[in-house]
Design a protein around this ligand. Structure first.
Ligand code: NIG
Ligand code: FE
Length: 401
């Protein structure tokens, strides 16, 4: 007697991203059974299973992946920084623009002035653009509010936009993104506000899934980041970090010391930090679009990450300053062409390893029994196509029964 289930998908080229010994966990002519929002069976056509369904999809050999995950974005913001792009083209550096009061602080001004509804509307649009590329889970950071009310407004906007767009949004508190002008001469006072007011409030009310900081010469020091992480740890919130993007302040090692989820950017990360990341399972999240847009030349130490067994994730870093993009597939392509990743590493970077970078790999990131039934059917039979081709209608169907 067969068991009824909500959906059966046949004849798919399954990129399971599970560890089954095949590249990308490939299963050709694969079958997936889904029931009550979960995957209940996965296997090849010749294997027998007990499921039947009135709802079936014949994938006709097309590629099926887990829903993609963009694990590092600043999707909630107002205003535009197009003028700064023009300045950078004229030779002014990102750091110089920030030091002159532009950069992150110019987006802070616009974001503080925007209503919750305005922020939600802009974020929904950007979420829909990601969704059109097969992205079903998105991490969104605060960090353009820089005071209690506006940071909370950003987190609320992120959640509301996710609901409206039908995308699973994970939120991250990035209050330590830049120093707000009202604390211009008192960085320690601002760090204190984050540690004693914001983090406790956010933790008690479950408003964020993680805490992040910008550890950099133009951001916060190692010691200040350490204070933020200690407060997050006291309140039971996992940490991640904008680490070693423009210089090596030891940020990736620090986040690994806290058994953090991920160190992101990581262009200048040292071998000592990489070893700590490997020991504590901290993912290296690559943000090739920001590298490209800032005209950076120092590449992340990919070979050392591989050698020490650090998992690699890839994300858009979508933000109005350094990564004006909602094109995650282009970021996959760039991670390969600019940083030398393989097709398999790129695909794992936006599925299982992106799930690890958010601490949700028990639930998402691969096509395995027990995980969320969030799948993407692509307009191709070629695995490498996901990384190779740019533009056009790539997604045939998002599947979320
Ligand atoms: O990830 N590095 C800091 N934060 C962002 C940039 C934000 C901005 O310039 O608005 C990043 O690149
Ligand atoms: Fe970022």
């Amino acid at each position: 007697m067969k068991k009824n289930c909500d959906l059966l998908i046949h004849q798919a080229r399954l990129i399971t991203c599970a560890d089954n010994g095949q590249p990308c966990g490939l299963i050709d002519h694969g079958t997936v059974a889904c029931d009550q929002g979960r995957i209940v069976w996965v296997g090849a056509a010749h294997e027998s299973h007990e499921y039947t369904s009135t709802q079936t999809i014949d994938a006709q050999g097309q590629v099926l992946t887990p829903g993609l995950i963009d694990c590092h974005t600043h999707l909630v913001f107002a205003g535009s920084r197009a003028h700064e792009f023009a300045q950078r083209l004229a030779g002014v550096s990102y750091e110089a623009i920030a030091q002159a009061g532009g950069g992150i602080l110019s987006t802070v001004q616009a974001t503080r002035a925007a209503s919750l509804d305005e922020l939600v509307a802009g974020t929904v649009q950007r979420l829909q653009q990601l969704q059109a590329q097969g992205v079903m889970t998105v991490e969104i950071k605060s960090g353009y509010g820089l005071d209690v009310d506006n940071e909370l407004k950003m987190l609320a906007a992120a959640k509301a936009a996710g609901k409206q767009a039908g995308v699973d949004v994970k939120t991250t508190l990035l209050a330590a993104h830049a120093l707000p002008t009202e604390f211009a001469d008192d960085a320690d006072g601002y760090i204190d506000l984050i540690c004693t007011e914001l983090i406790p409030h956010v933790a008690k009310n479950h408003l964020a899934d993680a805490v992040d900081a910008f550890c950099e010469g133009i951001g916060f020091s190692y010691a200040q980041t350490d204070q933020v992480f200690a407060a997050a740890a006291r309140w039971g919130l996992p940490v991640k970090l904008h680490a070693d993007q423009l210089s090596d302040l030891g940020g990736a090692g620090l986040v690994a010391d806290y058994c953090g989820l991920s160190a992101d950017h990581v262009e200048y990360t040292s071998t000592a930090s990489i070893k700590k990341m490997a020991t504590n399972d901290t993912v290296a999240t690559l943000l090739p679009y920001a590298f490209y847009a800032l005209n950076e030349t120092r590449k992340p130490p990919i070979e050392a990450f591989r050698k020490h067994g650090v998992d690699l994730a890839i994300a858009t870093d979508c933000n109005p300053g350094t990564a004006p993009t909602t094109d995650l597939l282009q970021c996959l392509h760039m991670a390969c062409t600019l940083f030398g990743l393989t097709v398999e590493e790129a695909i794992r970077g936006v599925t299982i390893n992106a799930a690890k970078a958010l601490g949700i790999d028990h639930d998402k990131g691969s096509i395995e029994v027990g995980k969320a039934a969030e799948l993407v059917l692509w307009n191709t039979t070629e695995v490498a196509d996901l990384v190779y081709w740019q533009g056009g209608d790539r997604v045939q169907q998002l599947i979320k029964p």
